[in-house]
Design a protein around this ligand. Structure first.
Ligand code: NDP
Ligand code: 13P
Length: 340
């Protein structure tokens, strides 16, 4: 009998480790690549990820490595969990090794230069590869602790979706398929911005009505933007849209929410990010999104308001006043008002 090919996970952070464990629990041998040899050694000997996922045992089927060339040579199915700011520079030198692979991006961010999503960067770096996007309400710690969880694998490549479902679908993790990879990927990136706002609102002790208004208007805003870029609005009613928006805007386990909470407590952005010590993609996404919304002339008052507070010297009180006093609008964009 031939030995089963291992699966690769690129990234030594909390989500990479949670995905590596899930794959191993499903019987796969997993090569988890990380750039730091000391971290790989610590994980090999301690059998946990002490920096990013403390208290969660690393499955015996996960091999932490720091040789990316060897990792890619051994695997065809490759999950990518590297922050958006580093994904291109980390993988570009290994472009030749990525040819022919099935690359699954789990990274929820946008590259500033040209407003590129991670799957688009992967396609540029490795045009000979097959690409999918994994996104949904998937807090790493909860995935790792086996909270019942669902996610979406999105790609026009049906066989790739099936491969990912086979590899990841299990007792505590359901994997749904979608063909709208653009909408799924945009949903995962955009919701991080609103999680920062939700964290601020929580720190300021705002009411439940306010939290609900924020989440619902966030969904309206992100859907409006995505549709202008060509995504299917229905995708935003799914796990990678409203599902991920809810979890990230309501959970103190979300890093973006934590940054917002720290801001609401009065910390500067710099201090809030430093206190977190992990990636909060929403901060970069906010800058990129504000610029793109202006360029495309999409009305995004929450994005504009958060940007004004963080980067334009406006106070929270000024922004809240402006948002609440803005001219009345219709509720759901896609229902014509004359239809009532
Ligand atoms: N955590 C979560 O709940 C979820 C996260 N995601 C997404 O997954 C992505 C990764 O997040 P997550 O694992 O949580 O991040 P973490 O902050 O937990 O870890 C980041 C990891 O990326 C590594 N890294 C940073 N820069 C580079 C680089 N230049 N080359 C190689 N590796 C690098 C870090 O290594 P080092 O320690 O050496 O700096 C670290 O291992 C994000 O885009 C996030 O949105 C998606 C779903 C859930
Ligand atoms: O994307 C996530 C949950 O689905 C994780 O969100 P944070 O990056 O804010 O922790």
């Amino acid at each position: 009998m031939t030995e089963q090919q291992p699966v690769a996970v690129l990234g030594g952070g909390s989500f990479g480790t949670a995905i590596a464990n899930l794959l191993a629990e499903n019987g796969q041998r997993v090569l988890q690549w990380m750039r730091d040899p000391e971290q790989a050694e610590a994980m090999r000997t301690q059998r946990e990820n002490p920096r990013y996922l403390k208290g969660v045992k690393l499955h015996p089927g996960v091999e932490p490595l720091n040789d990316l060339h060897a990792t890619l040579a051994a695997c065809e199915l490759v999950f990518v969990a590297i922050p958006s700011s580093a994904l291109r520079s980390a993988l570009q030198p290994f472009a030749a090794d990525l040819a022919g692979k099935l690359l699954i991006s789990t990274t929820k961010g946008i590259e500033a230069n040209g407003f590129k999503l991670m799957s688009q960067i992967l396609a540029e770096v490795a045009p000979q590869s097959r690409i999918g996007v994994l996104s949904g309400p998937n807090l790493a710690k909860e995935v790792a602790e086996h909270a019942l969880t669902a996610t979406v694998i999105a790609s026009e490549d049906e066989e790739l979706c099936e491969r990912v479902q086979q590899a990841l679908h299990g007792r505590t993790f359901r994997v749904y398929a979608s063909r709208d990879s653009f909408g799924v990927e945009l949903g995962g990136a955009l919701k991080n911005v609103y999680a920062i706002i939700a964290g601020m609102a929580a720190a300021m002790g705002m009411g439940e009505n306010t939290k609900s208004m924020l989440i619902t208007r966030a969904l309206a805003e992100m859907t409006r933007f995505a549709v202008k870029l060509g995504a299917n609005p229905m995708t935003f009613l799914g796990l990678a849209g409203v599902g991920d928006l809810i979890v990230t805007c309501t959970s103190p386990k979300s890093r973006n929410y934590q940054v917002g909470f720290a801001l609401g407590e009065g910390l500067s952005l710099e201090d809030a990010v430093a206190r977190l010590g992990e990636v909060a993609e929403g901060v970069n996404t906010l800058k990129v999104l504000k610029h793109k919304a202006e360029e495309m002339q999409v009305y995004m008052p929450l994005v504009a308001g958060l940007h004004a507070i963080l980067f334009e010297g406006r106070t929270l009180a000024q922004v809240i006043e402006a948002l609440m006093r803005a001219e009345p609008k219709t509720d759901v964009d896609f229902i014509p008002i004359s239809g009532f």
